[in-house]
Design a protein around this ligand. Structure first.
Ligand code: GYE
Length: 308
């Protein structure tokens, strides 16, 4: 038996593993870095990657996953644009016995065993870090009221929900910190600029702080603030999340005050996870990423070390 089995096993191992990957879109610098990381890591790991860009639409992701099921890929990985509405298609993957791993963003499903594992950042913690930075800053000027405007990410997405939640949880310790407006800028520069323009036009209350759920929206908003004749980073304190190069450049120019790191370079970990899952090895249900906080004061020193 053993002699007969050996060549069969070798043939199976030689066949490259096929991964179907459904990406959210190309909405931000973070996303471009994430896509590049996934593609490079697949190449390095010898994994055949079927890559589909959903252009920020859930229906496109569902279609892509159904295509991967029809193609009988070995493993499906995807970054869910929103948290809800995945039960049906994930059950279809299960019926086809194709394991699913989540990367970057989480889902809300009736049965968590519909996916094997999730690799991604702790977005609530990122929101808390943003809140803590502001609390400390506000403590230097006790008693002063600060009006905050918030640019949320994609409506219904895990990072938008969680970054809002973590920030609120922390800033409520100081009742002088009030979020006066909060709206989605869809994680893009264009929409961040547009919504910030509307915030500035309202003129009913002075805006002291902008909290943007990603750097791209902050960068768009910086333009709106400048066009309104104000100094970003000075007249309005700006906090954002991701830590992309554009944010470091904005900090060096004195226009952004702090960025909270969210690491997009998930490719290598994802490929390792996929291999284990396909081999039937046990894996952690939740794999997190270790991240820091970069205030403008350290931007010059840190920029040369940044990989995205
Ligand atoms: O922060 C934002 C991107 O899901 C963590 O999506 C990701 C977020 C990231 O568009 O820039």
């Amino acid at each position: 038996g053993a002699a007969l089995l050996a060549p069969l096993v070798a043939t199976a191992a030689d066949k490259p593993l096929v991964m179907g990957f459904s990406q959210v879109g190309a909405e931000s610098e973070w996303r471009s870095a994430n896509t590049a990381s996934v593609k490079a890591a697949a190449r390095q790991a010898g994994i055949t990657l079927k890559f589909a860009d959903a252009q920020q639409k859930q229906e496109n992701q569902v279609k892509a996953i159904r295509t991967f099921i029809a193609q009988k890929v070995d493993v499906i990985a995807f970054s869910p644009v929103v948290e809800s509405g995945w039960d049906t298609v994930l059950k279809e993957a299960r019926a086809a016995r194709i394991p699913v791993v989540l990367t970057d963003r989480a889902v809300n499903v009736s049965d968590p065993s519909l996916y094997v594992s999730f690799i991604g950042s702790d977005f609530v913690e990122e929101g808390r870090k943003a809140g803590r930075w502001l609390l400390e800053r506000a403590a230097k000027n006790p008693g002063a009221s600060l009006n905050i405007v918030e640019l949320q990410g994609t409506v219904g997405s895990a990072p938008a929900i969680d970054r809002k939640k973590g920030f609120e949880e922390v800033i409520k310790a100081n009742p002088k910190l009030q979020v006066i407006r909060s709206q989605s800028g869809e994680f893009t520069r264009a929409k961040g600029k547009e919504v910030m323009e509307a915030f500035l036009k309202a003129k009913d209350k002075k805006i002291d702080v902008l909290y943007a759920h990603n750097d791209d929206m902050a960068i768009g908003a910086i333009q709106a603030i400048e066009e309104a004749g104000l100094k970003p980073g000075k007249d309005i304190t700006i906090i954002s999340i991701d830590g992309v190069k554009g944010a470091f450049q904005a900090m060096l120019a004195g226009k952004l005050n702090v960025t909270i790191e969210c690491n997009p370079l998930l490719g290598p970990q994802l490929m390792e996870l996929a291999r284990k899952v396909v081999a039937g090895q046990p894996v952690e249900k939740r794999i997190t990423v270790i991240e820091g906080v970069f205030p403008a004061e350290v931007a010059a020193k840190e920029l040369p070390n940044r990989k995205y």
